[in-house]
Ligand binder design. Structure first.
Ligand code: HEC
Length: 126
């Protein structure tokens, strides 16, 4: 009985914080797809949000992507791949050109596109 109580003390004060720590750091490295913080969102925040804003709402360096201009019928998924690969010449706005964004695979950009499409859907754009 005494041992059991000691064991549960170990469980509460050592094991649980340790598990919570590892769970949190695992989530930071490999966000769960479809979770509150998906890999697409992490990639977007690391590579796009400094110009396109957190959740694609725009900044003084780039336009919002959650905007009817970027409706999938007007800017297809392929145009997103091209913008990342080759950059984009300013034509819709006055922010200047978008430079090519290095270090992303096509699969990474697919995840970013999915994230942006989800934001657009949430905003009622399509
Ligand atoms: C250094 C700033 C900057 C960064 C970083 C950036 N963009 Fe852009 N992006 C721009 C600007 C400015 C435009 C608007 C060009 C214009 O006037 O139409 C743009 C336009 C676009 C367009 C529209 C292209 C078109 O054909 O009209 C897409 C799609 C896009 N960005 C996606 C992304 C994605 C995805 C990322 C991250 C991987 C990203 N951007 C990172 C500045 C940026």
């Amino acid at each position: 009985m005494k041992n059991l109580r000691r064991l549960s003390g170990v469980f509460l004060f050592v094991l649980i914080p340790t598990l919570a720590f590892f769970a949190a750091s695992a989530m930071g490295n490999e966000p769960v797809a479809g979770g509150a913080f998906s890999k697409g969102e992490a990639l977007f925040n690391a590579n796009c949000s400094k110009c396109h804003g957190v959740r694609g709402t725009g900044t003084d360096k780039g336009p919002p992507l959650v905007h009817r201009i970027y409706h999938p019928n007007h800017h297809s998924d392929l145009s997103f791949q091209w913008a990342v690969e080759r950059g984009a010449t300013a034509h819709h706005w006055r922010f200047g050109n978008m430079p090519p964004i290095k270090g992303l695979t096509r699969q990474d950009v697919d995840l970013i596109i999915k994230y942006v499409r989800d934001l657009q859907k949430d905003a009622g754009i399509f």
